[in-house]
Design a protein around this ligand. Sequence first.
Ligand code: NAD
Ligand code: MG
Length: 379
Amino acid sequence: MTTSPRGVAILGSTGSIGTTALRVLGRQGARFRVAALTAFNNAALLREQANQFHPSFVGIVSNGTNAHPGWGCGETCLVDAATRDDVDIVLNAVVGAAGLDATLAALERGKRVALANKETLVMAGDLVEAGRIRGNGEIVPVDTEHSAILQCITGRSGLQVRRVILTASGGPFRSWQPEAIERATLAEALQHPTWRMGRKISVDSATLANKALEVIEAHFLFGLTFEQIDVVVHPQSVVHSFVEFVDGSVLAQLGVPNMELPVLYALTHPERIPDTGVPPFDPVELSPLTFERVRIADFPALRLGIEAGRAGGAAPAVFNAANEAGVSLFLEGRIGFSDIPRAIAAALEELGSLPGHTRDVILAADAAARRHVRERFRC
Ligand code: NAD
Ligand code: MG
């Protein structure tokens, strides 16, 4: 039986996940067709990708369109790409809150969202779920940990899950003393031990804010309480997460650290298709696999994020926005590494009990948190 290839829109096609996805799609042309591509401002790479994959829509947020006749432009191009009739699957690989409206719009149109852009689920999990139900859409995670959980539970009832344990590499400062972490430089923070990723998520992995985002992401994706989600440090990033079932049995999904598999699986779930993107698995070569407790006191962003998730309302959006604002100031060299969790704590203290029941109040809380961080550092 032959079926026509499914149309895929890649939002953020010039980034780390976006370029990974195009490598996967380059091999899987019989099953998937690149229908739309968007980027923030890297017009040169976007043009190269468009020439190679011939999507029916190309959108660029910034950097002008006069030079690119026929391209969509401005912030709305994300929603334009995500809601096209020839798009079945939207890979949202945008970084940060900017991806929210495209996720909502795609779900409301009944599409599958292959979600790398975890920030939008964290800031507006209830809204995203409501949109998914309204439009009969589907969210499939791209994050390795959540992909691992999905791969372990697919075909089973959710009621059989007792607990999940998310693995965390621990980031570049896993074994550093607190005084050294306080003085960490940007170059040091960007040196992730096991993954090559965009700058924002690399810093999030160093503060462990990324793991807090992932705990909240797991809460919304799998309907788990925060008591059912634990985190363990696993420096080799080979075990992508564990699921403990009600009878005490534990399943895990393993693999060489490589994003091509979770990207492919988010497109094919619940099926698997033959692919060659992942290097061979050799347990001896990869050993030893080790596990450690998280040093929660030394990485305060993790605790702050989990507390914000438990508090609900706009607190997760405030956590996310304060973190995004803090990380961008750190990337610009204007604040120190440990100022990021300090800024998050102060923003949550001031704004953490705001309501979060509509898109507009969430965006207002997001804007207030960003303002709070900039004013704190007079930036
Ligand atoms: P990146 O910075 O490499 O790429 C981001 C992409 O989004 C680029 O194409 C950029 O043009 C686009 N973009 C940035 N700001 C935008 C805006 N305001 N509006 C529209 N487009 C914008 O980031 P990345 O590492 O690919 O991460 C993307 C997302 O995937 C993040 O949410 C990250 O947490 C998540 N993620 C990444 C990895 C990884 O291995 N890189 C793993 C798991 C999850
Ligand atoms: Mg992850």
